[in-house]
Design a protein around this ligand. Structure first.
Ligand SMILES: Nc1ncnc2c1ncn2[C@@H]1O[C@H](COP(=O)(O)OS(=O)(=O)O)[C@@H](OP(=O)(O)O)[C@H]1O
Length: 446
């Protein structure tokens, strides 16, 4: 390096390790001429690029001028001298690097979210549907808490509700509808209308449980026990007399077996908690059983439920059907349906065939899009069959998703004689349901 004549500053950016120092090689002032490397004339440098301090023994940051030969040469680099900003403590250096990387990540994340948001805002406002990544629509970016929301979105009371029936595919239906860009869903089951303690909190509490949505989007929630709770129809009408209701049903015997399977799993979990003395914290992960609230008799009944077969529970010792066994009682759809029809017009309730939703979801979803007054947007491209799970899974432009393990469980084998007996029993009840809804769902008679 020539130290007397003018020298050319290096251009580029590099990171170098030298002994215990991490060296940032900064040289944004490419093309500046200096008389010598050791004593550069700082006044010739543009203000922005001028180092604040040349050398400090106290600060962990050292700014020093080094001869070009002291550094590993970069390919094609012909400069004579470089400015090196070094951090003399490796831990400090790591901290600086992490902060720099985090800032970069945040910048890109925010830019990405804003771009997606702008696109969606444009589509929602103009009423055009643009296929977007469903998770980011009007929903705050993952990094921020759910309290953050985009401008021009707010929480709305649901305009449509999936009222049941339990174990008929209510979750699958909600997730599938959420593929539509004009639909927003409440994430959990809200249980506003069926639980007195929640209902007592008022509509504003309910509204705050809803997701953010643009004007023109439809908010949907699902709570399967609405269908069987006597107070619910009136309460929903009091909120919105023109609400749209989705009722998904399945062949009653299959539904009863599905219900039994779930109850047995929950009872087994609760029994294990009781046996292990772990049942004192209130509720299990599903929030369905509270070990604290169950008394000795209930504990015993849960242990019995966990061990007794479906056949034992549905057929009484005298050979008749145990109608009071809840999985059977809930499958008697007409006994609940008539209450809904006393409060709402038939046109306000769409009956969705849950067995067909499993077999071939798109035709059912088309019917629902039309019922909700939406453009048909959910198509075959949104589904693929997962052979391991034995069910359709969902996809959009960016991700694929199957419902979790508690959906699509393997059912226990049930005696064909009991299945036939149950089907015969349900046949008359099914006919009454068909009459009420004006539609024959074609469930087997034996
Ligand atoms: N695509 C897809 N993937 C997985 N599962 C599907 C799907 N479509 C419908 N189903 C059926 O949904 C049944 C569970 O119904 P629900 O979500 O209403 O259950 S719950 O009442 O909320 O517990 C569940 O019942 P089980 O098969 O007994 O587990 C499924 O049969």
């Amino acid at each position: 390096m020539g130290s007397n004549g003018p020298v050319m500053m290096h251009s580029g950016f590099g990171l170098f390790y030298e002994k215990d120092k991490l060296l940032f090689h900064l040289s944004s002032y490419s093309g500046m001429e200096f008389q010598e490397c050791e004593r550069p004339n700082l006044t010739q440098m543009p203000n922005k690029a001028r180092p604040r301090r040349e050398w400090s023994t106290l600060s962990p940051i050292d700014v020093l001028w080094m001869p070009r030969s002291a550094m590993r040469p970069a390919e094609g680099d012909t400069s004579d001298c470089i400015l090196v900003v070094g951090i003399s403590r490796p831990k400090m250096a790591a901290a600086f690097l992490s902060v720099a990387l985090l800032s970069l990540f945040l910048t890109f994340h925010v830019l990405y979210d804003s771009a997606v948001y702008s696109l969606h805002a444009a589509s929602a406002v103009e009423g055009r549907a643009v296929e977007l990544v469903s998770q980011v629509r009007a929903t705050p970016p993952l990094l921020f808490s759910s309290k953050v929301h985009y401008p021009r979105t707010s929480r709305h009371l649901p305009q449509a509700i999936i009222i049941g029936v339990r174990k008929c595919g209510t979750r699958a239906l909600l997730e599938m509808l959420f593929l539509h860009p004009q639909i927003q869903k409440a994430s959990g089951e809200v249980h506003f209308f069926d639980r007195d303690d929640n209902y007592g909190k008022g509509l504003e509490w309910y509204r705050r449980k809803m997701p953010y949505s643009f004007r023109g989007q439809i908010t949907i929630e699902k709570s399967p026990s609405y269908f069987v709770t006597p107070e619910v129809p009136e309460r929903i009408r009091a909120m919105n007399a023109s609400v749209k209701l989705l009722l998904i049903v399945r062949e009653p015997v299959t539904r009863a077996i599905s219900d039994y399977t779930q109850l047995r799993i929950h009872a087994a979990t609760a029994s294990t908690l009781i046996i292990n003395g772990n049942g004192s914290n209130g509720s299990n992960s599903n929030g369905t059983l509270s070990s604290r609230s169950i008394n000795g008799q209930q504990q015993q009944s849960q242990q019995v439920q966990a061990t007794r077969s479906f056949e034992e529970l549905v057929i009484r010792p005298d050979g008749t059907i145990n109608e009071s066994y809840r999985p059977v009682a809930i499958s008697l759809y007409h006994t609940f349906m008539h209450r809904w029809l006393e409060v709402f017009s038939r046109e306000q309730i769409l009956v969705v065939n849950g067995d067909q939703l499993i077999e071939d979801p798109v035709p059912q979803l088309r019917k629902i899009e039309s019922f909700l007054g939406l453009e048909p947007r959910i198509g075959r491209h949104n589904f693929y069959f997962n052979h391991t799970k034995g069910f359709y899974c969902l996809r959009n432009e960016t991700s694929e998703k199957c419902l979790r393990e508690s959906k699509g469980r393997r059912h226990p084998r049930v005696s064909p004689l009991v299945v036939t007996k149950l089907r015969r029993f349900f046949n008359e009840h099914n006919q009454r349901f068909y009459e009420l809804v004006g539609e024959d769902l074609g469930w087997p008679e034996e």
